[in-house]
Write a protein that binds this ligand. Structure first.
Ligand code: ZN
Ligand code: ZN
Length: 244
């Protein structure tokens, strides 16, 4: 196929995708949607207002640095013993039922309508004070099998809602690692070491890293190490959910 004809095919397939997108939007407007959790009418959103309010919002006092619940809201023992390279974490939810299956449906069944909902929930908890949003980069193999980076889709919406610019390609994941969930906590830092490259100039910038779920914080810590090397002056984690 010549370059020109392949460009035409590409343009046609762009048109095709845009057309399908418009059809989907019209269908969503015309038909009341059912809530994913209780099947009540949910208008154009994936959840009804009741189920949204009953999600496991993280309300307990937390460590300001890693968002682990603490009795008094002061920096937790783990952060005092080994200070992380990030300055703070904001998380909207505890990674618990029924949020965990919703995030699963978003990531593995590609229900992208949930990106909007999860980003809106996160945005309700944000205090601002950053110059740039960076999505947690996804391993190349994961990106190939999933077709999208779940952190990037949430980051796009948060960027729109907050007006903070998005730097989608500031950092890359240069190699795959064993999925962190498959490893004991102690081995996670070693497993993730050296997987990121950040080649943007972030000199003096306050950066927020967006991801869907934070577990031990080892991945965020390793990305923060690279962000500091690239000049970042402040690093926040903006996480939809935090495992407790
Ligand atoms: Zn519902
Ligand atoms: Zn902490």
């Amino acid at each position: 196929m010549s370059f020109e004809s392949s460009a035409i095919v590409r343009r046609l397939s762009n048109w095709h995708a845009a057309f399908l997108n418009i059809c989907t939007n019209i269908t969503q407007l015309a038909l009341p949607q059912q809530c994913l959790l209780c099947t009540a009418p949910a208008m154009a959103r994936p959840l009804c207002a009741d189920c949204y309010a009953r999600l496991p919002w993280l309300t307990a006092t937390r460590c300001p640095q890693c968002a682990r619940p603490t009795g008094d809201g002061r920096v937790c023992g783990a952060c005092l013993a080994k200070p992380p390279r990030f300055d703070g974490v904001t998380a909207a939810f505890a990674y618990a039922w029924p949020l965990a299956p919703l995030i699963h449906q978003y990531k593995y069944a590609g229900n992208l309508a949930l990106a909007q909902l999860l980003a809106q929930a996160l945005n309700e908890r944000l205090a601002g004070g950053v110059d740039l949003i960076i999505p947690m980069p996804l391993a190349p193999a994961r990106l190939r099998e999933r077709g999208f980076n779940q952190a990037l889709e949430i980051a796009r919406v948060v960027s729109r809602l907050t007006g903070v610019p998005l730097a989608a390609n500031a950092c890359r994941r240069v190699r795959d690692s064993v999925p962190q969930a498959a490893l004991p906590w102690k081995e996670r830092a070693k497993n993730i070491r050296g997987v990121f490259v950040c080649d943007a100039d972030l000199n003096g910038m306050r950066v927020a890293v967006i991801d869907d779920v934070m577990t031990t914080g080892a991945t965020l810590n390793e990305l923060a190490r690279n962000l500091r090397k690239a000049g970042a002056a402040g690093i926040q984690g903006w996480m939809v959910a935090r495992t407790l």
